[in-house]
Design a protein around this ligand. Structure first.
Ligand code: CP3
Length: 332
């Protein structure tokens, strides 16, 4: 771990940096304004000026310690030529999966297809507003990416029974996707990202084969990021045993979800922790928000801790509540 600048990833327990997953998004009127005029979500992610502008929207409003580049984990399936669309009220819809076509894609094709993402990172990292703040690049973990590629939509209601029918397809995909995830990380770091977060949003759906589909491929990626000298945060949402995950995958930081008991995490895990508070807390009132945020800050008082949520900010969140939270954490 080589913290650059005043990095959010450090062993100092006196500072409690804050940023929020999905801090750039639909709860902000200025985002909705841009989104209204840009109905194609993938195209919006590929517009380097708008992507950079959206990334900085929450930084202009709130004193967050890090920005996260406005993009999506599904840019990887898109870049390896699987069609990806976002439908209002439905979420992502992926097209046919043709593994032979995917196998033909090389590093150069891939990098070319996402070059505007890297330009957006470069543009954003040069902005003076980020002088003492981090710029987080991110990827989906291999398991979560192949879930979308094979299921072709969000597995909100669980995975279909036939998901595991073609094991050899899943095994091939995990290897291919791991390769492109590494390329995507390297390109984001070269463009100026100084922290990487790996989102394994559907880790909780896997019961067997956790070593094959979660531990091993994620460990390979974590080791790769460490070799590039950049700290790496993992978010294996819903995994039952966070401690075992940390012992095996060894991220620099682990983001916990809101279903785990923060006290047992604090006692059992000795690496820096991020997140945990239920995003629904931001939909209640200031008094309750203060109480809940303080609960996490108290539990992690003597532990390296980055304040964040147990999943992304909900679209119905009032920006005033976010403002209140950031100020409260800064004054703690
Ligand atoms: O502010 C940020 O966090 C940076 C940008 C970001 C987005 N998506 C923008 C986005 C990040 C880090 C993501 C990660 C992502 N994308 C994950 C992992 C985190 C998680 O939420 O579990 C996943 C699973 C996706 C896939 C995805 N993208 C889904 C399921 C959806 C539709 C449902 C939803 O939550 O909106 C998206 C669309 C998306 N990605 C939006 C944004 C701001 C909403 C787009 C819109 O309709 O305006």
């Amino acid at each position: 771990m080589t913290p650059i600048k005043n990095c959010i990833v450090n062993k100092d327990t006196t500072k409690k940096p804050i940023w929020l997953m999905r801090q750039a998004g639909r709860y902000l009127p200025e985002f909705r304004e841009i989104r209204k005029k840009n109905l194609n979500f993938i195209k919006l992610c590929l517009n380097e000026n708008l992507s950079s502008e959206i990334t900085l929207q929450p930084i202009k409003r709130f004193d967050f310690d890090a920005a996260i580049i406005f993009s999506d984990i599904l840019m990887i399936p898109f870049a390896i030529n699987q069609d990806v669309k976002f439908e209002k009220g439905f979420g992502p819809k992926l097209g046919n999966l043709d593994i032979n076509e995917i196998q033909k894609i090389n590093e150069e094709d891939f990098t070319n297809k996402l070059k505007s993402v890297y330009k957006a990172i470069a543009l954003t990292s040069e902005n003076n507003i980020l002088k003492n703040k981090d710029l987080i690049g991110f990827v989906g973990a291999p398991w979560t990416i192949i879930v979308y590629m094979v299921n072709k939509m969000s597995p909100k209601n669980g995975l279909p029974e036939n998901f595991f029918n073609d094991i050899s397809l899943l095994n091939d995909l995990i290897i291919i996707v791991e390769k492109f995830i590494k390329i995507h990380i390297k390109n984001q770091i070269n463009a100026g990202a100084n922290v990487i977060q790996i989102f394994d949003s559907w880790a909780g759906l896997l019961e067997n084969k956790i070593p094959d589909y979660i531990y091993n491929p994620t460990l390979n990626i974590v080791e790769y990021v460490k070799k590039l000298g950049v700290p790496v945060i993992c978010f294996p949402r819903g995994i039952r045993d966070y401690k075992n995950y940390c012992d095996i995958v060894k991220p620099d930081v682990v983001n916990i979800d809101y279903n785990v008991d923060p006290i047992s995490i604090q006692k059992g895990i000795n690496i820096p922790i991020q997140g945990g508070m239920d995003p629904k807390t931001l939909l209640t009132d200031k008094e309750n928000l203060k109480k809940e945020a303080k609960r996490y800050l108290d539990i992690f008082k003597d532990h390296p801790y980055i304040f964040n949520l147990g999943h992304g900010v909900l679209p119905e969140t009032d920006p005033k509540m976010v403002d209140y939270l950031v100020k409260m954490v800064k004054d703690y």
